[in-house]
Design a protein around this ligand. Structure first.
Ligand SMILES: Cc1cc2nc3c(=O)[nH]c(=O)nc-3n(C[C@H](O)[C@H](O)[C@H](O)COP(=O)(O)O)c2cc1C
Length: 211
């Protein structure tokens, strides 16, 4: 009996230690991913904003939710770009939720007049060799958003070529680009009806929030 109790106690201890170790590794990985994401955002932000702005855009940001345009309860962050307090552009961080393998986090730079400065992928889990052509290191596909507006191309052309639109798909991988095209279109629609609100809202406090 004593022997059984001893074995049970050891087993219990090993289980507790194993779980704690896994939880620790998980936390470490999560914080590494968050750090990596932060670095990529800082790198990419510069490519999506006008050169001449005079506000500290990392601080001049708001976060919000809007289920209609940004589904699955996601929180969107908008970095405002201004010159002498006049709105120039916004960079929005949001997610395309219909990727092949989970959410794709995107940054979209939009001029105040509604034209896209560009789109970049911040993180994704799409399949290497199939869906990862959305990365600038893999192909120029994501650059094709620059200059597009809600009217150009016309709404029914905001789709991949397979669906009758103007955007390329990848060979054997239509789901990933389709998800991004849809998400960017919805972001443009949101901007179109909410740009005054986006620039009028006071900036949020920085404490505890990702960039
Ligand atoms: C293991 C595996 C991984 C895949 N990864 C992706 C992916 O990352 N992105 C994607 O669009 N399609 C991916 N696909 C293909 C999709 O299932 C689907 O067939 C494709 O997107 C449809 O595009 P198509 O009509 O050009 O074939 C993957 C398929 C398999 C079997």
């Amino acid at each position: 009996m004593k022997e059984i109790l001893r074995s049970a106690a050891i087993l219990g201890l090993v289980a507790v230690l194993g779980t704690s170790l896994l939880a620790g590794v998980d936390r470490l990985t999560a914080s590494r991913i968050a750090e990596q994401e932060k670095r990529v955002i800082l790198e990419q932000l510069g490519q999506l904003i006008p050169d001449h702005h005079d506000n500290p855009l990392l601080q001049d940001r708001i976060s919000f939710q809007d289920e209609q345009h940004f589904p699955n309860g996601q929180t969107v962050t908008a970095y405002r770009v201004r010159l002498q307090e006049e709105p120039l552009a916004v960079v929005m961080k949001f997610q395309a939720v219909s990727g092949y393998n989970g959410n794709i986090t995107l940054l979209a730079g939009i001029n105040f007049n509604g034209s896209l400065r560009g789109v970049r992928v911040i993180s994704h889990k799409e399949t290497p060799g199939l869906g990862d052509g959305i990365e600038t290191g893999r192909s120029n596909w994501i650059l094709s958003f620059a200059g597009k507006t809600l009217q150009n191309p016309e709404p029914q052309k905001w789709a991949v070529k397979r669906d009758g639109g103007v955007f390329d798909q990848f060979t054997g991988a239509t789901i990933t680009p389709r998800a991004i095209v849809d998400a960017v279109y919805q972001a443009l629609r949101f901007f179109d009806s909410n740009r005054e609100f986006l620039f009028a809202e006071p900036a949020e406090t920085l404490e505890g929030l990702a960039p």
